[in-house]
Every structure is written in C-alpha cells, then in structure tokens.
Ligand binder design. Sequence first.
Ligand code: SAM
Length: 216
Amino acid sequence: MNYQLAREEMVDVQIARRGIRDERVLEAFRTVPRHLFVPARDRDHAYADSPLPIGKGQTISQPYIVAYMTDLLNLQGDEIILEIGTGSGYQAAILGGLAAEVHTIERHDKLARAAQKRLSKLGYENIHVHQGDGTLGLLEFAPYAAVMVTAAAPAVPRPLLEQLQDGGKLIMPVGERFGQVMELWQRRGEEFTSKKLAPVAFVPLLGRHGWDTPRL
Ligand code: SAM
C-alpha cells in the first residue's frame, strides 16, 4: 500500500473537503505517518474515515475529528500545549508540528510507554509523554496556550481551566457516557467563556475530575 498517497487522499477527501482550510494544519496531516500509530495488523486501514482500536480498550480518533479539534486551537507555532489522553501519540504528533512544545498525559502506563517510544523513534523531540491522571493537569509546565482533552467527561476538569494562560483555549468533549458535545473554552483573565459545537462520541476520561475509575 502507498501510504503517502493514502495520506494525501485522506487530507483532500476527509479533511479539506469538510471545511478545514488552514494550510499548516493540512500539511501536518500530510506529514505525520498515521499508519505507524496503529497496531501493525491495522496499518492498511490507518487512513480510513474512522477511529481504530489501539489496545487497552482505547481508540485513535477518526482523522477528521483530530483535524477538527486541532483547527479550533488556531495554533501559530510558539505555543506550549497540554494534551490529555495520549493514546497512540498521533494527536500529539500533529500538535507537535504546529506548536513549540507539547506535554501529553496518558493514564495507561503501557500506552504511555509505547507512545513515548514511538514518538522518540520518529524524532518528535518537542513532545513529552507523562503517565498519570490528566484530569489534574500538569502544573509543572503551566500555564498552557491550549489544552486538548481527547476523552470525554461530564464536565470540564477545573484544574485544566486554571492551568490555561490568559487568552488560552481548551477543547474537549463534554456530556454523557455514550454521547457528548464538543466544547471550546477560552480564558480571559479570571473569566471563562464557552461554546458548544458538534455532537461527538469519545471514550471516557477516567480520574479524579472525570468519570469514576472502574475497580479492578
Ligand atoms: N489522542 C489519542 C491518539 O491520538 O491516539 C486518542 C485518545 S483515546 C480516544 C483517549 C485516551 O484517553 C485513552 O488512551 C485513555 O486511556 C486516555 N485517558 C482516559 N482518562 C485519562 C486520564 N484521566 N488521564 C490521561 N489519559 C486518560
């Protein structure tokens, strides 16, 4: 399979044609080798218009959803960003090409280690994977110009809003366990504004300020 061609077609048909016009965003999607972020047996489906399993019951989101969330942050290249829900590391790799530094938190130790290894091998030196409960944010490197949460919770975790810089944006799916609405928040001083965008379906954000963690 010609992955380069598949990638270009994914960008044209699934992303640009659905209204994403920012050339920097489109170029990031043409560059990141999505097939190297999915299990080997699924490589030939990596550029399909759908999410894919990545192990531990988790998924890599549909390319358009990754592009939609990325585009809404309107990144210029000099930002420090926090992502919650590293998963495969694909969304972090996209953000890494559009911002100065990306910190990304994953609660599953095995997924976090695999993503760090993959990103290092691919040469993404500005992406830092942390293992832990992302609902607490990461105070050490705050404030952030943008926070992106790629799992859904009943409400936006307060620590994530508090770790935004003035003017900073937060994007995340908010709602019920099996259906949510994408929300875009912005900080202005100590005030926060929010907009409800499109309906979506994400895996749950588990943790202190998310859904309860299932007992093992
Ligand atoms: N962004 C990922 C990618 O590009 O592959 C896909 C994310 S997947 C839809 C959601 C991820 O959020 C899962 O890997 C899950 O383990 C993680 N997650 C859930 N709750 C979390 C938490 N409290 N902190 C960090 N990660 C969490």
